[in-house]
Design a protein around this ligand. Structure first.
Ligand code: ASP
Length: 294
């Protein structure tokens, strides 16, 4: 076991100028310390990113899991993906309703399905059959009256606009993993699926790098997302930092914005964004730690 391990989290691209993010900042600070302690005690990167994202989902502070924003039909549909860089195995769920922790459903797909991405009711039934917990009634997801439209969005809690969650980690054995989960974009059409559950776009891990993206999913898909970064490093010999910022430049050129967290197998991490802020945190076995909102 090598001494080095590291983990980074994000709580979504974008911040609202009028919202106080004190609670989010405190939560990220506590969670990143707990995650680092678990990695220090020998937890695998794959388990670390699943647990971190499940805790972000359950907190209700982000637009994922319990805090998800509803679609225009008033339903909450979640997307999530997880990938193990050491084995190349991945799992995802999309347009998933009624599950407390979509990331754990994605993990079940990774571990126990011959398929990689399950959608809608099939994903829900698979997750329930494999022991994932449904949303408890008292924890019911945020709900809006059916039929919200654009003109009403400005009156909603601004926190619902931004808050996909993600984690990337390298463990003491040098294994990388990534996990990403979202309730999607506020005011999305029912059935809309973004970049988050698509392995290679919103979420990716291999033996060299782990990446979790956040932002306007349609533009990340068109820009090539995480795999565009990997390809720029492999074929263009860009550094992780340069490749990440070039991919985000393409997102911007397509009219989107967002950010990402990316980590290499030595625990070096980049966290670029071109949105107004990105909730993020990082901890390394060397003791360095960071929590930032803007
Ligand atoms: N990427 C997510 C999506 O398009 C949203 C976000 O990251 O804020 O569904």
């Amino acid at each position: 076991m090598t001494a080095n391990f590291a983990i980074a989290l994000h709580g979504g691209a974008g911040v609202h100028p009028e919202r106080d993010y004190g609670e989010v900042e405190a939560h990220l600070g506590e969670l990143i310390a707990e995650c680092a302690a678990r990695l220090g005690a020998g937890q695998s990167a794959l388990d670390a990113v699943e647990q971190a994202v499940a805790e972000l989902e359950s907190s209700g502070l982000y637009v994922a899991g319990r805090g998800s924003a509803p679609s225009t039909s008033g339903e909450v549909e979640c997307d999530a993906a997880i990938m193990d860089g050491a084995t190349g195995k991945a799992g995802g769920v999309c347009a998933l309703q009624g599950l407390a922790n979509p990331i754990s459903a994605a993990r079940k797909v990774l571990d126990q399905s011959p398929f990689l991405l399950l959608a809608g009711d099939g994903a829900r039934r698979f997750a329930l059959e494999h022991g994932c917990a449904p949303v408890a009634e008292e924890d019911g997801y945020y709900r809006l009256p059916v039929g919200i439209d654009e003109s009403e969005l400005s009156r909603l809690d601004p926190g619902l606009m931004h808050g996909t969650v993600g984690a990337v980690a390298v463990d003491g054995n040098g294994r990388l993993a990534s996990a990403t989960s979202t309730g999607g974009l506020l005011g999305k059409q029912a059935g809309r699926v973004g970049d988050t559950p698509i392995t290679g776009i919103g979420n990716w891990a291999d033996e060299d790098v782990a990446i979790s993206c956040t932002g306007i999913g349609e533009t990340f898909i068109r820009a090539g997302g995480a795999r565009d970064i990997v390809a720029r490093m492999a074929y263009g010999e860009d550094t992780l930092e340069i490749a990440s910022s070039k991919m985000l430049d393409t997102v911007a050129a397509l009219g989107g914005d967002g950010g990402l967290i990316a980590m290499d197998c030595r625990g070096r991490c980049v966290m670029p964004f071109n949105s107004p802020g990105m909730k993020r945190a990082f901890a390394h076995s060397s003791g360095s730690k960071l929590v930032r909102i803007r």
